[in-house]
Write a protein that binds this ligand. Structure first.
Ligand SMILES: [Zn+2]
Length: 116
């Protein structure tokens, strides 16, 4: 249940921002979950629904951004597409790869509901 603990940490971040803003409800959050972040998206979304229940985040719209994975290949001396951990370089077939993109996991935007 790796995704559940991630979901709980997202809800905590969102709640603390809301608290600094008179506990306003959250309208929308934007998440960046890279292809190589090691997060199962469907499981994360389900966990978020559960974790946000009864909080200011309940019912908020969740927008996902999914940056593609890339890695630096030592042999090719260039950045190559890299979609799965453990894969070889798609150009030279080597394994001297260092991930340099697509492993981010964070809340990038948060929109609070307007007070009425
Ligand atoms: Zn290569």
């Amino acid at each position: 249940m790796h995704e559940m603990s991630l979901a709980q940490s997202i809800v905590e971040i969102v709640e603390s921002v809301s608290q600094q803003n008179n506990n306003r409800d959250v309208a929308k959050i934007k998440l960046i979950v890279g292809e190589l972040a090691g997060v199962e998206l469907q499981s994360l979304m389900q966990s978020l629904t559960i974790a946000s229940h009864g909080t200011v985040m309940e019912g908020a719209e969740i927008e996902l951004e999914r940056p593609e994975g890339t890695a630096w290949c030592m042999k090719c001396a260039q950045t190559v597409p890299f979609h799965h951990l453990g894969d070889p370089c798609p150009i030279c077939g080597g394994y001297q790869l260092r991930i340099n993109g697509g492993n981010e996991f964070r809340v990038s935007e948060l929109e609070l509901k307007t007070e009425d």
